[in-house]
Design a protein around this ligand. Structure first.
Ligand code: CUA
Length: 185
């Protein structure tokens, strides 16, 4: 009788140890994922907070008028800087090359706006005082609409931008020709 009972206890303990080990592995896996996302700045919102003075965007720093739009970096990637304000984006059309790592850096000059590029997983908020950073690579040339997707008052419905993805070689030669390019070529 007692041996049967002890056998039952031994089975229960073994099963419970296995489940406990499985639970620990799940926790370790989730903590690892969180750490990986943090290190690669892939968390939403991002762990690395960058602040900027929304009242002085036009006066100093990286969001002055001359710095907006696309810039080719030393490593060949492209950084795009933009501002959302009631009720437009500056610049209204972002031109980027295909098959190139793109970093969008954007912020708001007034209230909270949305930054969404149709057909991609780029979807973030532009919050005054903070820089929103989104990374993407576009496969093929084409146009993507970029609607503001956060209600920002009466003109919200009319706040649209566009992302124009160009052939990489064409983009680079256009960039060499002039300092900045727009959708009106
Ligand atoms: Cu800006 Cu809605």
């Amino acid at each position: 009788m007692s041996t049967l009972h002890e056998k039952g206890i031994a089975v229960a303990e073994r099963v419970e140890r296995r489940w406990a080990a499985a639970a620990v592995l799940i926790v370790v896996f989730l903590a690892g994922m969180a750490a990986f996302a943090g290190v690669h700045q892939a968390t939403m919102p991002q762990a690395a907070v960058e602040i900027v003075d929304p009242t002085a965007l036009h006066l100093e720093g990286e969001f002055t008028e001359a710095n907006l739009g696309s810039a080719v970096e030393a490593d060949g990637s492209v950084t795009v800087r933009a501002i959302g304000q009631q009720y437009s984006f500056s610049p209204p059309c972002l031109v980027v090359p295909a098959e190139t790592p793109i970093t969008f850096r954007a912020t708001s000059a007034d209230v909270v706006h949305g930054f969404l590029v149709q057909g991609t997983n780029i979807n973030t908020m532009l919050v005054p005082g903070y820089v929103s950073v989104q990374k993407a690579t576009f496969g093929v040339p084409g146009d993507h609409i970029m609607p503001c997707q956060e209600f920002c008052s009466v003109g919200h419905e009319g706040m649209w931008g566009k992302v124009k993805v160009m052939d990489k070689q064409q983009f680079l030669s256009e960039m060499a020709d002039r300092k900045r390019i727009s959708c009106v070529l």
